[in-house]
Every structure is written in structure tokens, then in C-alpha cells.
Unconditional design. Structure first.
Length: 294
């Protein structure tokens, strides 16, 4: 799977490029910002390729990450190319750094700069060096303990963990855990009961709606569409084919192997002030989602 550098001048963007600030805000709010990108100089790019956005100028550097989500296709753009169609791909931009925080391109590439075409396919070593530098730059970025920061792992390593953005929505996770409780729906394990405060924020949630049933216009209901699963059971759930395993199916798998249930001492704990505050926050969020509320 290839990776590509794409030039993007936030001050003087091409006519077809999105506004940098709007794209950054959209990615931060929704998890991704869809853009159509001209790749006429590199038509071999395929879906799943990592894209890295390079800001030009005296401080030329990598300032963002995205993923190609379509095969190349041609569109007519008289302003961009009056002589014929241009080749483009759809890119989901998932993270853009604040201007000034870009990673210097010098030292990452032999040439130290992006070609005039604004497109450069990376070889395996160049991609690995860039990914390591990106991960180091973003190490201090605030994020949920169970979330993967965009660009820090190859796409092939994220087939299940990024299969659904619904499983990484902080508000949806909070509502799900308040409704269902903090224990794994399959094996009963609870991080906080086992590890104390060090286990806070580690329980994952699983989107139980099969991907084939998620249609345009679908809206997530965190209470009915998400369930708590520990990382082990969550990983196992996504090995199911064609649909992920349900918690009930996971429990049957555990029972078939005579796996002992988690001791009851780990199955619950006293309600804390933090729990009550989380419940109040969740109820407020649910109230905001009710249609036709007076």
C-alpha cells in the first residue's frame, strides 16, 4: 500500500482545494473531512493509501494526514485544466495540525522539498521515517486512551479498530457506558474494579450494527447500537465474518471453552461522584438528542 505527499498552500490554495481552517475544524469535529484532490501527476494512487499534506514556504513541512477512499477518476475542470479532464481521488482528511506546528520536510526526504508538481509517492523507508516523525510530534496530543491517533499506524494495521468512527465518539462512549455499565458485555471484566483509577477510560465500546445495514442517513443511538467490550473481546468480535460477533455469541464461545467468568468482585463497584456526574452529562446529551423536545 502506497503513501503520498500532497502540497497544500493554506494562504493561496488552488481553486479546488478546501479552506485549511474549515477542513481542520471538520476533521476535529466529525473525525474526517472529505475532499476531492487533483492527483494528475500520480494516477496510480489506490484506495487505502496514506496521504500527508505538506505546507510550502520557508518552513515547508508535513501538517496533516488523510486516507484515499476512492479509485482515481476523471472530472472536467475548465479552470484547472482547460485542455481536458483532470484525475482526482476522494480523500478523508482526519487530522490537520495548527499552522506553525508542521514537521520540517528537510531530513525526511533526500531532496528536502516537495516537487513542483505538489505530489510525491513515498517508498517504504521514506514512509516509515515520516510515520515515526509524525508519531513523535503528536505524542503529546490529547486523545482518548483507546483511540489511535491518525497517521501513527499503517492503514493495514487498522482494519478493525477504525472500521467504525462510532466506536471512537467520546460522547457516544460516555452514554453507552452510563447506560450499560462499565463491565465488558461478553466476559464481565471491568478495568476500574481491577486496576483502580489507573483503569479509568480503558473500556472500549463495540458497534453492533452490521456495516452492511448502515445506510445513508443512519444516526447512531449509543444506547441501542453500542455495547461495552474489553479490548480482548472487542478484537475477537471483529474477527466474525461476514458480520462481527455479538456479545451473546462471544459469551457462547467463552462457555464452550469452559472459560471461568470474571469473579463477582470485579463485576461491580460503589457509585462514585464521578459516575454521578457522568450520568448527569449523559442525560443532558440524550436530552439534546430527543426530537421535538419542548
Amino acid at each position: 500500500m502506497s503513501a503520498v505527499l500532497l502540497g497544500w498552500d493554506p494562504v493561496w490554495p488552488e481553486a479546488w482545494q478546501p479552506d485549511y481552517a474549515s477542513a481542520a475544524a471538520g476533521a476535529a469535529d466529525a473525525g474526517m473531512f472529505r475532499a476531492v484532490w487533483d492527483i494528475t501527476g500520480a494516477p496510480s494512487i489506490e484506495p487505502g493509501a496514506d496521504t500527508w499534506f505538506v505546507l510550502p514556504g520557508a518552513h515547508e513541512g508535513v501538517a496533516g494526514h488523510g486516507v484515499v477512499v476512492s479509485y482515481p477518476y476523471a472530472i472536467s475542470d475548465a479552470e484547472a485544466d482547460p485542455d481536458g479532464p483532470v484525475t482526482v481521488v476522494d480523500v478523508d482528511i482526519d487530522l490537520l495540525l495548527p499552522l506553525g506546528d508542521q514537521i520540517p520536510l528537510s531530513g525526511l526526504l533526500p531532496s528536502g522539498t516537495l516537487p513542483e508538481s505538489g505530489i510525491l509517492l513515498l517508498d517504504r523507508d521514506e514512509e516509515a521515517d515520516l510515520r515515526a516523525a509524525w508519531a513523535l510530534q503528536l505524542a503529546a496530543l490529547p486523545s482518548p486512551a483507546t483511540a489511535v491517533i491518525p497517521g501513527t499506524l499503517p492503514q493495514e494495521a487498522l482494519r478493525w479498530s477504525l472500521a467504525s468512527r462510532y466506536e471512537n465518539d467520546p460522547d457516544a462512549i460516555r452514554i453507552c457506558l452510563v447506560h450499560h455499565g462499565p463491565a465488558c458485555s461478553a466476559c464481565g471484566f471491568e478495568f476500574r474494579a481491577a486496576f483502580g483509577e489507573n483503569g479509568s477510560g480503558m473500556m472500549q465500546v463495540h458497534h453492533i450494527v452490521p456495516p452492511r445495514l448502515v445506510q445513508d442517513g443512519y444516526e447512531l443511538d449509543p444506547v441501542t447500537d453500542l455495547v461495552p467490550l474489553c479490548p480482548n473481546c472487542h478484537a475477537m468480535a471483529h474477527t466474525g465474518s461476514p458480520d462481527p460477533y455479538t456479545p451473546a455469541e462471544l459469551r457462547r464461545l467463552l462457555a464452550a471453552r469452559a472459560v471461568l467468568p470474571v469473579p463477582q468482585v470485579l463485576a461491580g463497584r460503589p457509585v462514585t461522584p464521578e459516575d454521578l456526574q457522568a450520568q448527569a452529562d449523559a442525560e443532558q446529551l440524550l436530552g439534546n438528542r430527543k426530537p421535538g423536545a419542548d
